[in-house]
Design a protein around this ligand. Structure first.
Ligand code: AMP
Ligand code: MG
Length: 398
């Protein structure tokens, strides 16, 4: 059976980068930048006060207490061109433009007012102290962000600070999500005997959104050739199709045969992993099609391991690692003998300065609550058979 790494390599070599799109800055959060961006403005744009206090000449306050005459006030936003001479101070607010002749700002807490238009400076300042120079943070004409940067809120703030109204990003893929199974019902009907809720459509939509993709919920297909064919066809209009369920070996697992009859080139079926073994992947006219096993935990884990990297590549992410990985000490022994790569729901904790990990709850592939309560997955390679308490294992953060 195909190993996880080989399967991931097939997936990644089969998907292509999306085209680009220019969006208003407020729509760019979570997308990946498709251009290098030079600063068209200095940030800050002018020398300004980093504290509420007094603009002074540092040399005037080397011997303290030093008494200075207050000759004016500059508030943030004021464009007043003021000049400071020997023995003088100008009151400034945080963010106010620094007057010419001033080379430091004394924090207000380090002064005393003398009530006669003078202040007493109680502590010396060094040149440039409490002054934020023009371009200190971002220098005009320098590269600020580069192609492949994933735009988090702080990146959006940086772009706003240089007045970047529109930004070129990779077009977020639309992802069709099709749940299959005669037992599935929506959330808004009473649960009849033998039925269960279609939870996978919701976890999958959330997973797609988390990366910045656009989920398109196609609802539920019956385990029936015609219904499946029609709904799969509808899903092939999107940039990616994810089908949940129907990929196993049961009598009503019709997805693979259906995909083939529609003309999807099936690249692999079954990967040597637990949970999630019956995963199927194919390509239809350049578009990726995933069939994820329907058990709710298998659905999420196969998404994280195979679909997420594919989406990240399509969206222009620089890296396609599905999650942050660390090594941690195992709190108990684990034995496995099936030769599969395992993803074990677990809790990672800092105990006495070292990171320790222990498996939690049920590891059954339908037990979604234990996945929700886990904060990581212990990853054990195909070859691993016994890991003892105290040994280090690879952990993927959730
Ligand atoms: P399947 O992969 O179709 O054989 O389904 C495996 C198990 O997952 C069965 O117990 C299904 O009822 C369950 N299942 C399939 N699809 C969903 C879904 N969309 N939401 C919740 N459970 C599902
Ligand atoms: Mg089914």
């Amino acid at each position: 059976m195909l190993n996880a790494q080989a399967a991931l390599d097939i997936v990644l070599s089969s998907v292509k980068l999306q085209g680009t799109l220019t969006v208003a800055l407020e729509r760019a959060h979570g997308l990946v930048q498709a251009e290098d961006i030079l600063a068209s403005e200095n940030v800050p744009p002018f020398d300004n006060a980093g504290m509420d206090g007094y603009a002074v000449r540092a040399e005037d306050v080397q011997v303290v207490p030093a008494v200075l005459r207050v000759v004016g006030e500059i508030a943030a936003g004021s464009a007043a061109e003021m000049k400071l001479s020997k023995g003088e101070a100008i009151a400034v607010m945080t963010g106010a433009k620094i007057p010419s002749g001033c080379d430091a700002v004394v924090q207000i807490e380090r002064t005393e007012s003398c009530n006669d238009g003078q202040i007493k400076v109680l502590q010396p300042v060094t040149i440039c102290q409490n002054i934020r120079r023009a371009g200190d943070d971002i220098e005009k004409n320098k590269t600020v962000l580069t192609k492949g940067d994933h735009l988090k809120p702080q990146h959006i703030g940086v772009l706003a600070s240089i007045g970047k109204r529109f930004v070129q990003v990779y077009r977020p893929p639309t992802v069709a999500i099709l749940a299959t199974g005669n037992e599935l019902v929506t959330l808004d009907v009473p649960l009849a005997d033998g039925k269960i809720r279609n939870s996978n459509a919701y976890s999958l939509a959330a997973l797609v959104q988390e990366i910045g993709g656009l989920p398109d919920n196609l609802g539920i297909a019956k385990d029936d050739r015609e219904d499946l064919t029609n709904k799969i066809h509808a899903g092939l209009d999107d940039d990616m199709l994810i089908i949940s369920g129907g990929v196993s070996v049961g009598k009503y697992d019709l997805v693979i045969e259906n995909l083939k009859s529609i003309g999807v080139e099936v690249k692999f079926w079954k990967v040597n992993i637990k949970p999630g073994m019956p995963l199927v992947f194919g390509i239809y006219r350049g578009k990726p099609v995933f069939g994820l096993p329907g058990n709710p935990v298998s659905t999420v884990i196969t998404f994280l391991q195979f679909v997420k990297p594919a989406l990240m590549k399509m969206m222009g992410y620089r890296k396609t690692d599905s999650s942050f990985k660390i090594r941690a000490k195992l709190a108990h022994d684990i034995v496995k003998t099936d030769g599969k790569k395992h993803f074990i729901r677990a809790i990672l904790e800092n105990s006495d300065g070292s990171m320790t990990v222990r498996s939690i709850g049920s590891q059954a592939s339908n037990a979604l609550l234990s996945l929700a309560k886990a904060n990581c997955l212990i990853v054990l390679s195909e070859e691993t058979e016994i890991v003892h308490a105290g040994e280090e294992v690879e952990v993927e953060l959730l």
